[in-house]
Design a protein around this ligand. Structure first.
Ligand code: UDP
Ligand code: MG
Length: 333
């Protein structure tokens, strides 16, 4: 493996998506600044993507960007969602290595030191695997676990278990990721798909420093569906399986009815049996139609070719930089 020990003053980009994080963002800024001070041999840029927060998050970030040249802010025009905020941060990052980290300090910035060591040793993706998850509900932990297992079962790409977006990626991986234009983004799966040398780094996930989770059940379900549909077409085969199953059931019913008719005096009658058959088939068909609809919806979103996000303002970037970013409409400050 070719080591990167010879890298002199490399640039490290840390991407932090933030949505209504005013309760925690000050502390996050301090912890990340402390982390930067400890880091040797690196210049660091901290890219905060404000995902259309409705509280003071943006104001706090902008104030800090005025004081600290390493702090940069990408301010979205509205809330586009976590995965898109991360994508925007990746687009804006100029680093030789890019780290993704949540704003709520659940992922300890100190772990990045170990990630850098592994990056220096030649790995391209170092992803944090949660050995423990403090302060998260039993429901969230069990559903997350079940989701990762189901996803791996369905997906053609091996997506590591119990792994969030907390990770370090080398420039080649970042470039490969940026070349993937899909609108429905499931970053951790996309990074697995890219390949290169990837390694897990176990760490203990802390509880949220302050504030509440910005992932209510609705967003979690959307995220899980995105993960599965982006990485598998197997749900489409459910229709085939279901069709074969009900056809077999119908066949058994016919044989049964005919046997009774021929060998006994009993007739199968009554609308209960009919209702059950109709409801069973109708329900199954609607489910299959729904699955099909989900895929068609995704195709529709792709063919519209809208930009993935709209940036209202870039703060702390030098004047030339934003024009080379993906969204040409935004203004730099
Ligand atoms: N987040 C975001 N946009 C959203 C929801 C969340 O940028 O629409 C950010 C949030 O500020 C945090 C990260 O995504 O930095 C993870 O969210 P959260 O901690 O609420 O999720 P959880 O850890 O509970 O799964
Ligand atoms: Mg969190």
């Amino acid at each position: 493996m070719n080591e990167r020990s010879g890298i002199g003053n490399a640039l490290l980009s840390v991407v932090v998506p933030c949505f209504n994080e005013e309760a925690v963002i000050g502390e996050t800024l301090n912890r990340l600044a402390a982390f930067c001070d400890q880091l040797e041999g690196f210049t660091v840029e901290l890219i905060f993507v404000d995902d259309g927060s409705r509280d003071n998050t943006r104001a706090i970030l902008k104030a800090r960007a005025q004081l600290d040249a390493s702090v940069r802010v990408v301010g979205f025009a509205r809330n586009f969602g976590h995965q898109i905020a991360v994508s925007a941060g990746i687009d804006a990052a100029r680093g030789d290595a890019v780290v993704l980290i949540d704003a709520d300090l659940q992922d300890p910035p100190e772990v990045i030191h170990e990630m850098i060591e592994l990056w220096r040793a030649g790995f391209d993706v170092i992803y944090g695997t949660r050995t423990e998850r403090e302060g998260e509900s039993f429901f969230k932990k069990t559903t997350a676990k079940a989701f990762y297992r189901l996803l791996n079962h369905l997906s053609d790409v091996a997506i590591p278990f119990d792994t969030g977006d907390f990770r370090l990626m080398s420039r080649p991986v970042v470039d490969a990721l940026r070349a993937m234009p899909e609108r429905d983004r499931f970053i951790r799966g996309m990074v697995s798909w890219v390949g290169f040398r990837q390694v897990a780094l176990p760490y203990k996930r802390a509880s949220r420093f302050a504030g509440e989770s910005k992932y209510p059940l609705r967003k979690m379900i959307r995220f899980a569906v995105d993960g599965i549909l982006s990485f598998s077409t197997k749900p489409l085969q459910i229709a085939i399986g279901f069709g074969m199953f009900s056809a077999l059931l119908a066949l058994a019913g016919i044989v049964y009815a005919l046997t009774l008719r021929i060998f006994t005096n009993i007739w199968i009658e009554g609308w209960t049996a009919i209702m059950i058959a109709v409801l069973f088939l109708g329900g199954g068909q609607l489910i299959c139609l729904g699955i099909l609809g989900e895929y068609v919806g995704r195709i529709y979103r792709e063919v519209k070719r809208r930009p993935m996000y709209v940036v209202q303002e870039y703060v702390g970037f030098s004047v030339q930089e934003p024009s080379s970013l993906r969204n040409p409409t935004a203004t730099a400050q």
